[in-house]
Design a protein around this ligand. Structure first.
Ligand SMILES: Nc1ncnc2c1ncn2[C@@H]1O[C@H](COP(=O)(O)OP(=O)(O)OP(=O)(O)O)[C@@H](O)[C@H]1O
Ligand SMILES: O=C(O)C1=C[C@@H](O)[C@@H](O)[C@H](O)C1
Ligand SMILES: [Mg+2]
Length: 200
């Protein structure tokens, strides 16, 4: 299993304790594939000077296989089992930012452990924004269908009610850069001193 990836910020403003506040719980990014969980989560961790973890990345490292290879060889149910195990492990003692895979928040057991150990943030992007971000990539096995747009729409419609159970919701639209979305997450967290203790 790989080590926790620490953000690489070297200047004082992003060093641990000198960023926008001190993390008391893990921030867990949830939402559809292409919402920006990995990109925004990594940038947020850098801003906070906190560890960054990505469950998809951890699963791939542990298996020494890519996600498409795991789906092809062992199936989605096996992947979901590994995903739950990895999220449980990453939530232990890690006051950092954890980006999950797009399907992770559908599991009731995953939602329960995330709510117990962290704060969930739904990165909410519209269907067309998501489509524009994922359409040219081929590493998402669930979209390897005859009509990937229709598949993405079906997943979106089925999943939004689950994502809506997250503690916080932040919009991730086409007009806003990754850093702009990070600003929104930090603004949302300003209402949660139990998660991000403001610096003096
Ligand atoms: N706000 C944004 N502005 C511009 N590009 C973005 C933004 N958010 C994400 N992207 C880009 O969209 C693509 C998908 O983002 P990312 O991989 O972070 O999504 P994800 O939510 O982690 O998806 P998955 O569930 O498949 O892991 C990446 O190329 C990323 O750089
Ligand atoms: O939306 C999903 O179900 C997935 C999203 C990715 O992050 C990976 O976890 C995998 O491709 C499945
Ligand atoms: Mg990701």
């Amino acid at each position: 299993m790989s080590e926790i990836e620490h953000s690489t910020a070297s200047d004082d403003t992003t060093a641990p304790g000198n960023g926008p506040g001190r993390l008391k719980k893990t921030i867990v990014m949830v939402g559809m594939m292409g919402a920006g969980k990995t990109a925004v989560g990594r940038a947020l961790a850098t801003r906070l000077g906190a560890p960054f973890l990505d469950s998809d990345h951890e699963i791939e490292t542990a298996a020494n296989m890519t996600i498409p290879e795991i789906f092809a060889r062992d199936g989605e149910a096996f992947f979901r089992k590994k995903e739950s195990q990895v999220i449980a492990r990453l939530l232990v003692d890690a006051r950092g930012v954890l980006s999950t895979g797009g399907g992770a928040f559908l599991s009731e057991a995953n939602r329960a452990m995330i709510s117990q150990k962290g704060v969930s943030v739904w990165l909410n992007a519209g269907l067309d924004v998501l489509w524009n971000r994922v359409r040219h990539r081929d590493h998402r096995p669930l979209l390897k269908t005859e009509d990937p747009y229709a598949t993405l729409k079906a997943l979106y419609d089925a999943r939004v009610p689950f994502y809506a159970e997250a503690d916080l919701m932040v919009r991730s639209d086409a007009q806003t850069s990754v850093e702009g979305v990070v600003d929104r997450v930090l603004a949302a967290l300003a209402t949660r001193p139990d998660v991000l203790e403001p610096t003096e």
